[in-house]
Design a protein around this ligand. Structure first.
Ligand code: ZN
Length: 117
């Protein structure tokens, strides 16, 4: 379950931010998870419950929004969201596709101390 190591990294990042801000509590961690990031949110949440114990994020809320897969055609620059995992441009039929978004897994924002409560 690689979500555990992903969550460990995330907690390092948010703890560092909380340090910088001098915050005592991390209330909300809001993530952006790409459709193609290979992250199982339920596993991630489970990892959060375990790893956040004893940290400032304990008892905090993990939230996320899904980022749709967006690609662009290298031939005609048409931008689209593939319906299935066969990447082919619906405009010109080209298979030369670049991924714009949908692979990311990042912290969008966090809320500290009294913010957002
Ligand atoms: Zn095209």
């Amino acid at each position: 379950m690689h979500e555990v190591s992903v969550m460990r990294n995330l907690l390092d990042i948010v703890e560092a931010t909380a340090d910088r801000e001098g915050a005592e509590k991390i209330n909300v961690i809001h993530l952006r998870i790409g459709e193609m990031a290979g992250i199982n949110y339920e596993s991630l949440k489970f990892a959060f419950e375990i790893l956040s114990k004893g940290t400032r994020a304990e008892g905090g809320r993990l939230e996320y929004e899904k980022v749709d897969l967006r690609v662009t055609c290298a031939e005609c620059s048409h931008e689209f969201s593939p319906e299935e995992l066969v990447f082919r441009c619906p405009e010109c039929g080209s298979g030369r596709i670049d991924i714009i978004s949908g692979r990311e897994m990042e912290v969008d924002y966090i809320l500290l101390d009294e913010e957002g409560t």
